[in-house]
Every structure is written in C-alpha cells, then in structure tokens.
Design a protein around this ligand. Structure first.
Ligand SMILES: [Zn+2]
Length: 290
C-alpha cells in the first residue's frame, strides 16, 4: 500500500512537472542572453531521428551537415556537481550544448538535470549505469535494460520527455543495438573529435586538445565530459578561444521526443525512495544557523 501510494505520488509529480515544462518554452529555451559580446549560437538544427540516424565521423558517415568553422559541443556522464560549472560557463557565453546523461546520475542529481533543461540545452541519454554494451558478458536483455532504464530515469527525473538522442559508452556500437535504436527511432551520436579530457591533468590540456583537432578538421562534433573537473575549469577559456578563432556554435535539437517503456518506468519506481512534493535543493531547506 505504501508502495502504491509512493508510485501514485511520483506519477502525479512527474505529470505536473511535464505540464509545467511544456508551458514555459521561454524558460526552457534559456532565451535571455545578457552578454552582448557572447560567442552565442549561430545556427540551430532540428534532427529527425526516424530510423535512428548515426552522427559523428569516427563511426558514421551519412550525414555531413556542419559547415566550415561550425562546432557542436557535447558533454557525457552528468549530471554531476561539476556540471553546474559547465552550465555557468555556457550561460555566460549564451551557448547551447547537448548532454548525454547517465540514468543513475540523473537520479542522484535531479536538480542539476533540471538546470540543464532550464538552460535550453538538449538532453539525450548514455545508458543507466555507464555499461559498455559491447562487452561479451552482457546479455541482450541486460543491454536493452541499460538503454531503456537510462531513458526512463531521465524522463522521470525531468518530468518531461528527453530528446531521442543516445551515445554508446566508450563509443562501442554493437550492430544489433544500432538496429534496436533504429527501430526505436533514436539517433546515435559518436563524435568527430574526442577531447580525451578524462586523460587531461590540467584544464589547458583540454583546451589545447580541442583547439588543435578543430584546426586540423575545421569543424565538428566535440566530445567532452561534464563530470571532469578539468573540463569544467577549461570551459571559459575554450569558449573564448573558439570565439577568437572565428568558430561558430551550432545547437542540435530533436524534432520529437523519446517515450520511455512502461516496464522500465515500473522498475525505477519500485527502486525509488519515497518522493515528496518538495523540489528545493538541500541548501535552501537546511541551513547552518549557529
Ligand atoms: Zn561516458
């Protein structure tokens, strides 16, 4: 009974959240930009994910849609406390990015996930627990669960449907799962240039890696990680160098949204702790007074 009550609350909270999200397009688009010298977004593209198209020339080659000097910023593995720094740097330059989030992390940091949406960024998914699905010891059912539970966790936490955008962990693309995502009409994103920011020891190394690859290739979808401290610290300088170098930011949006599957919604609700109406961060609720 207690379980059923918890589920009902969670569902109504999520429906209410969805409605609020849909009714505030201005907030969702992050419309205000108070920095007149910002890098900004030059072009927004809408992606029709029907049939699960693949992007990123490290693995796919059909869709070459960027013009010279155009750059798309993508960030994996959040939401995480470091993500707030990334969001602040992007907001300062009025730049929009795409985040491929981990389902579990969305449940750990729901408010940070919502900040991504409020900033007008595009949110796709990156499995439930960051499992590399090309590993031999993962069964087809486990692989499907990793994909679908990740989507369900993001939608449930957002209170709205995310973009039908997916990035495989470690850029391992098992053919049967590429087919599965195609049938689910979910686009797959590899990358044009990997920053290898998780190997960087200092923020400057992240900046240099991205700028050097861009100079060579002239344009591209850049892969970074918002849970890496060095990346979060590097972002203001990276955005400055992109602007100084004459690069233009392209923002990707999805034409539709991704629906989660009931089986995986139920799985998550069973695991969830009792939800409350309160959505405020702990710092607003509990304060040291003495
Ligand atoms: Zn990852």
């Amino acid at each position: 009974m207690r379980q059923a009550f918890a589920c009902a609350l969670l569902i109504s909270a999520s429906l209410a959240g969805g409605a609020a999200f849909a009714q505030t397009p201005g907030a969702a688009a992050g419309a205000q930009c108070s920095n007149p010298n910002a890098l900004g977004v030059t072009r927004t593209v809408e992606i029709d994910t029907t049939g699960g198209p693949g992007f990123g020339f490290e693995h796919f080659k059909q869709h070459d849609f960027l013009r010279n000097n155009e750059v798309i910023l993508t960030f994996d593995d959040g939401p995480w406390p470091t993500t707030t720094k990334v969001l602040a740097a992007l907001a300062d330059q009025c730049v929009k990015a795409t985040f491929f989030v981990i389902g579990k992390h969305a449940t750990y940091y729901p408010n940070i996930l919502r900040q991504m949406a409020e900033g007008g960024h595009t949110i796709g998914s990156h499995t439930w627990s960051h499992a590399a699905l090309g590993r031999k010891n993962i069964s087809p059912d486990q692989a499907k669960e990793e994909i679908e539970k990740g989507i369900a966790a993001v939608n449930l936490t957002l209170g709205a449907e995310a973009a039908p955008f997916f990035r495989f962990v470690a850029l391992q693309h098992p053919p049967e799962l590429v087919t599965y995502l195609g049938e689910r009409n979910i686009a797959i994103f590899s990358t044009d240039m990997d920053s290898f920011d998780f190997k960087a020891r200092r923020p400057e190394q992240v900046v240099n890696a991205v700028m050097n690859k861009l100079k060579k290739q002239g344009k591209g979808i850049v892969l970074m990680h918002d849970l890496q401290h060095n990346t979060a610290d590097a972002l203001p300088e990276l955005l400055k160098q992109l602007k100084d170098g004459g690069y233009k930011i392209v923002h990707m949006r999805a034409k539709g949204t991704v629906k989660s599957m009931a089986k995986y919604d139920d799985m998550l609700k069973k695991e969830a702790k009792l939800p409350t109406v309160d959505q405020r961060p702990t710092a607003s609720v509990v304060r040291t007074v003495e």
